[in-house]
Design a binder for this molecule. Structure first.
Ligand code: FEO
Length: 394
């Protein structure tokens, strides 16, 4: 069912109620593929389509808002299939429409089998819809290189596709009514935009110059308080870290886990928040949260038993994921066990260095089982981690 956003804009997208894993992002309340119709003076333009799994529903929604035979243009801000794979289904019902996009987007669409009449646009170009004006802003790497944004000048509505999104359903599309909206944004941002944060900062500067009144992203709710979502994105792109430690470990016989808990006690004694994750037990929900926690943590501890001379496989996966959210200035510490071949913490220190969590001391490495003395050393290391996070020890 279409939802009215402004005088000339209606949402005609689809809700994916059963979505729980959006390419790695946990989506406990489903997700959306937003498509917008701009209509004025008998003319209509569609901004983005949707994932073709929901193509029939999308076509039905658009046709409830306008006569598809009269649709003049389909603006494609982004060629990723969640926004573009239903183009052919819409074009079948809207044969007069052309596809408006950047040159690179045209190339991407053609290589995904889209056969259409194209109108290539670039930064600053404009398109009239009745008395309204749509302008285009190139936004490379937000989230792919071909991306552009569309701006409805008269009502100051920004359509930034993935940027300023969150993957959550709010049936009236009002972002202010999603009670845990920041958690949804954090999970989405950590996976999709944190690795691209330098592009995000450029995008934020462009958005600021546009001074939008309403922000209509392609995932999740709509922002009528446009400054709030811009502030949240700026914080996550520039300084998401808190006084928080993440301890990610794998344990086979509970020995590494005892070390992890001792480190956690040390951190807790300094008043710093600590999150403990046994990566061997994580579901994909947990993996998504791990990434958001890693983004926020100023300190990261990683621990592993020695398995076939190396790091436990799930911990290897965890460190690979955590590299995505690397930020300067994190501190790290490694810990682990071995039976006959030492050196596990050297391997873990290399992983910490790769995620820019500089080890502040040598790894805590024990043979088979930690003794009480070893656990005391772990508590000391945890205390030092907390103090370094709080900046009371450098
Ligand atoms: Fe929602 Fe990059 O696609």
């Amino acid at each position: 069912m279409p939802i009215k956003i402004t005088d000339s804009v209606s949402w005609v997208g689809v809700f994916d109620w059963n979505l729980r894993n959006f390419h790695g992002v946990w989506t406990p309340r489903g997700g959306t593929y937003n498509s917008y119709l701009v209509k004025d003076g008998g003319e209509s333009v569609l901004i983005d389509t949707a994932y073709d799994k929901f193509g029939d529903e999308l076509v039905r929604n658009i046709s409830e808002a306008t006569d598809l035979k009269g649709l003049g243009h389909i603006i494609v801000n982004h060629a990723e299939p969640d926004h573009s794979s239903a183009i052919s289904m819409v074009l079948k019902e809207a044969p007069a429409a052309d596809v408006v996009c950047t040159a690179r987007c045209k190339d991407f669409l053609e290589h995904q089998g889209v056969n259409a009449k194209f109108q290539v646009v670039k930064e600053g170009d404009m398109l009239r819809v009745g008395s309204r004006t749509l302008s285009f802003i190139e936004a490379p790497m937000l989230h792919w290189p071909e991306v552009m944004w569309t701006f409805l000048e008269e009502e100051r509505v920004l359509f930034p596709c993935d940027m300023f999104g969150a993957q959550v359903i709010q049936s009236n599309l009002d972002a202010e009514e999603v009670p845990d909206i920041e958690q949804h944004i954090k999970r989405y941002f950590a996976f999709i935009f944190r690795p691209l944060s330098s592009a995000v900062i450029k995008g934020l500067d462009k958005a600021e110059r546009l001074r939008p009144s309403v922000i209509c992203p392609s995932h999740g709710p709509i922002w009528r308080d446009a400054s709030r979502i811009q502030e949240i994105y700026r914080l996550l792109a520039t300084a998401p870290e808190k006084e928080k430690a993440l301890i990610a470990y794998a344990s086979i016989w509970g020995d590494v886990e005892r070390m992890a808990k001792a480190i956690a006690e040390g951190v807790q004694s300094t008043g710093v928040e600590v999150v403990l994750k046994d990566v061997g037990e994580l579901t994909w929900q947990g993996w998504s949260d791990l990434l958001a926690d890693a983004m926020e943590a100023k300190g990261i501890a990683v621990g592993s038993p020695t398995v076939l001379g190396g790091i436990f496989p799930q911990l290897n996966y965890a460190t690979m994921l955590m590299r995505l959210v690397k930020a300067k200035g994190k501190v790290g510490v490694s810990f682990g066990t071995y039976g006959w071949g030492p050196g596990i913490t050297k391997k873990l220190d290399d992983e910490l260095a790769a995620m820019d969590a500089k080890p502040y001391r040598g790894g805590l490495e024990v043979r088979f089982k930690p003794t009480e003395r070893d656990l005391e050393l772990c508590r000391d290391a945890g205390r030092e981690l907390g103090e370094r996070i709080r900046g009371v020890r450098l």
